[in-house]
Design a protein around this ligand. Structure first.
Ligand code: NAP
Ligand code: 8YV
Length: 327
């Protein structure tokens, strides 16, 4: 076991701007090494020699791992780690950790807020009040859509998907889902294909991880299956959606509306989605409260502390679960 004073010499690379609380804790415990971004071209000889861990919001590529021969751990900030090449890390005996669970309820709350805003036009109605339209024009028009009578499909019934489903149950809405595997013991109706789920429901919430297996899974065919009364909400990753197909479906009435917290090329949002009257758009704020980001920061840094003091991770990702600490 490493004693705390020995942790002070462990160099932890922190690319770009990072969470303030995490930075404070890393500074108290480790030797923080700054780098503008996780780019192998910016790695110095000193970094090559000293860096044993990376703590990061952003992605870590295979090339970045290869540039740091003494790298043991990547402590990724966030539950989704699609921007970290975890398969390559596993092959190189580098541990990757993420921050599951501590953000689940916050992200589920955001999803419900986004769904209601999309269907009941809260943002537009508030704007109507604030810009004086209520006084000059009268009541805000009745919303075209409602949550009442909807049947919701969850694409990704994992930790967050389940927290969303529990909330929807309290709203009196039936829930169905699609995962690659049925969740044993869960009473919600399971659909073995996304297409089957989209056909069965009128409201589709995507909360699957990014990456090759979900790339553009929500495409023109899935949106057509959702139908003209369809509402699509994405809280997972933007890469899961074929954005031009979504913009077309919103413009030509294939579906009714969409609520999006995530985009394929953040922070850039396609003009067609920005200008569509039937979208509700958020700047990736699913977990973005001080409360939850602090809990995520603590788990991110606790993984660093556990790895370098106990030689074990707290929350390893599945691809690196068998990685062993170097002696
Ligand atoms: P999780 O517990 O691992 O759940 C992911 C679910 O997706 C699992 O049920 C999994 O089931 C399913 N899934 C994965 N790949 C699939 C595929 N190819 N086809 C169908 N289903 C698939 O993860 P979580 O904690 O709920 O987080 C989910 C994701 O939400 C994260 O990865 C992240 O991208 C996103 N997220 C976004 C925000 C935000 O701020 N907007 C915040 C937090 C998380 P199977 O393995 O059986 O398929
Ligand atoms: C964060 C997220 O915004 O946890 C995730 O997967 O998408 C969000 O909670 C992000 O990780 C911060 O970098």
């Amino acid at each position: 076991m490493t004693k705390p004073d020995q942790l002070q010499s462990v160099a932890v690379l922190v690319p770009g701007h990072f969470n303030d609380h995490a930075v404070e804790r890393i500074d108290q415990t480790f030797k923080r090494v700054k780098i503008e971004r996780a780019d192998p071209a910016l790695v110095t000889d000193e970094m090559r020699r000293d860096v044993r861990a990376i703590a990061s919001f952003a992605g870590v590529s295979a090339a970045m791992m290869d540039a740091l021969p003494n790298l043991e751990l990547i402590a990724s900030f966030g539950v989704g780690y699609d921007s970290v090449d975890a398969v390559h890390a596993g092959k190189k005996n580098i541990m990757v950790t993420n921050t599951p669970d501590v953000l689940t309820e916050e992200v589920a709350d955001t999803t419900i807020g986004l769904l209601i805003n999309t269907v009941r036009e809260m943002y537009a109605a508030e704007k109507w009040l604030r810009d004086g339209s209520w006084v000059s024009k009268g009541n805000y028009p009745l919303s075209r859509l409602t949550l009442r009578g909807r049947h919701v499909g969850i694409f990704g019934m994992g930790r967050i998907g389940l927290a969303i489903a529990r909330r929807l149950e309290a709203f009196g809405l039936p829930v169905a889902y699609h995962n690659r595997r049925k969740v044993e013991g869960l009473a919600y109706q399971y659909h073995p294909t996304l297409r089957g789920l989209a056909e069965a429901v009128d409201t589709l919430i995507s909360v699957v991880p990014g990456g090759a297996s979900t790339e553009k899974a929500v495409n023109a065919e899935i949106l057509a299956a959702l139908g003209a009364n369809g509402v699509f909400v994405n809280i997972g990753r933007g890469s899961t959606v074929d954005e031009p197909a979504l913009a077309a479906a919103l413009a030509n009435g294939t579906i009714a509306a969409a609520g999006l917290d995530v985009f394929a090329d953040e922070p850039n949002v396609p003009k067609a989605l920005l200008e569509a009257p039937n979208t509700s758009l958020l700047p990736h704020v699913g977990s973005a409260s001080h409360h939850t980001r602090r809990a995520m920061a603590d788990l991110c840094v606790d993984n660093l502390v556990s790895w370098f003091s106990e030689r074990r991770p707290l929350t390893p990702v599945p691809e690196t679960v068998n990685v062993k600490a170097r002696s």
